[in-house]
Design a protein around this ligand. Structure first.
Ligand code: FE2
Length: 268
C-alpha cells in the first residue's frame, strides 16, 4: 500500500480500518521506525503486529513511545501497575461486551489501548472496531450541523453497577459530541451506548431518540472490522476515533491478554 510513505511491510486489515505490520520485532525499533508507525496509526487507527515475543516490560517500553501510561490503583499487575491481565476463566461474559471507547467518563480518556495475546481461543474472542471518522463523515450536512454544536454527558454509573460499586460515586465527564483528532485534525463522532447518558443541556428523554439513532448509525457494518486473535498478536487502537467491542463467544476456551493504555488529552 502507498497511502503513507513508509519502509514498513504492511497491508490493510479491512476496508474501514486497520493495518497489519509484518516482519517487525517491536522491541528493536528506532525513532525513525516509530515515526512511520505513528503515521500509519493516525491514518489507519488500528495497528496489528503478529508473532511478537514480549515480556510485560517490553510491551510497556514500546507503548511508552506514545506517551505516559495509565496506572491502575487496584487492577494492575503486582510488578507492572500499567498492565491489567484480562482472563476469561470462570466468567460467563466479558464486561467489555458492549460498544465503547475506553473510559470516556474521564476528563482525559486514554488516547490508545494496546493488547498483547498470551493465550487465544481457536475461534472467537474477537475484538471488533467501528471507525467514527467514517460514521461522522457519512451523516447528512443537516445532522452534522446539529451534532457539531452538541456536547454529551458520559458516566461510569452503569459500569459501577456491573462491578457492584456505588453508581453515585462513579466518574463523569462532559465532552464535545464530535471531537477533532489532535494529530490528523479529522473529526469523529464521540459517543457510545455504554457510557453516554444524554446531551449536555438536554434531558435524558429528549436525548434518547437522537442518541439511539447515532448509536445505531455509529456501528453500521461498513464502518466495522474485527481482529481474530492469535498468540503473540500485539494490537493497538486509537480511542480518539474508534469504538470497540470485546466479543465473548468463546465460552471457557482460555484467552489471556495483557492490556495497557496511554494517557490522552481532553477531547476537543
Ligand atoms: Fe475497552
Amino acid at each position: 500500500m502507498t497511502d503513507v510513505s513508509t519502509s514498513l511491510s504492511w497491508r490493510k486489515m479491512a476496508a474501514p480500518v486497520g493495518a497489519v505490520v509484518s516482519g517487525l520485532d517491536v522491541r528493536t525499533i528506532d525513532n525513525d521506525v516509530w515515526s512511520e508507525l505513528d503515521a500509519l496509526f493516525v491514518e489507519h487507527h488500528v495497528l496489528v503486529f503478529p508473532e511478537q515475543e514480549l515480556s510485560a516490560a517490553d510491551q510497556i517500553a514500546f507503548a511508552s513511545r506514545w506517551g505516559s501510561l495509565v496506572r491502575h490503583p487496584y487492577a494492575g499487575m503486582e510488578e507492572h501497575a500499567e498492565i491489567i491481565e484480562l482472563r476469561n476463566k470462570g466468567r460467563r461474559r466479558d464486561v467489555n461486551q458492549h460498544w465503547h471507547s475506553d473510559m470516556t467518563y474521564e476528563h482525559k480518556p486514554p488516547k490508545l489501548t494496546m493488547l498483547y495475546a498470551l493465550e487465544a481461543p481457536e475461534f472467537g474472542g474477537d475484538t471488533a472496531f467501528a471507525n467514527q471518522e467514517l460514521a461522522y463523515a457519512s451523516l447528512s450536512a443537516g445532522l452534522r450541523a446539529m451534532v457539531d454544536n452538541l456536547a454529551a454527558h458520559h458516566s461510569a454509573a452503569g459500569l459501577a453497577q456491573l462491578y457492584r460499586e456505588d453508581p453515585a460515586q462513579a466518574p463523569r465527564a462532559d465532552h464535545p459530541l464530535v471531537r477533532t483528532h489532535d494529530q490528523s485534525r479529522r473529526r469523529s463522532l464521540y459517543l457510545c451506548r455504554a457510557f453516554t447518558e444524554r446531551f449536555v443541556g438536554w434531558t435524558k428523554d429528549e436525548s434518547r431518540p437522537l442518541m439511539e439513532y447515532l448509536f445505531h448509525h455509529s456501528v453500521r457494518p461498513e464502518y466495522q472490522a474485527r481482529h481474530s486473535w492469535s498468540v503473540g498478536d500485539l494490537v493497538m487502537w486509537d480511542n480518539r476515533c474508534l469504538l470497540h467491542f470485546a466479543v465473548h463467544d468463546h465460552g471457557d476456551e482460555p484467552r489471556t491478554i495483557y492490556r495497557l493504555q496511554v494517557e490522552g488529552e481532553s477531547p476537543a
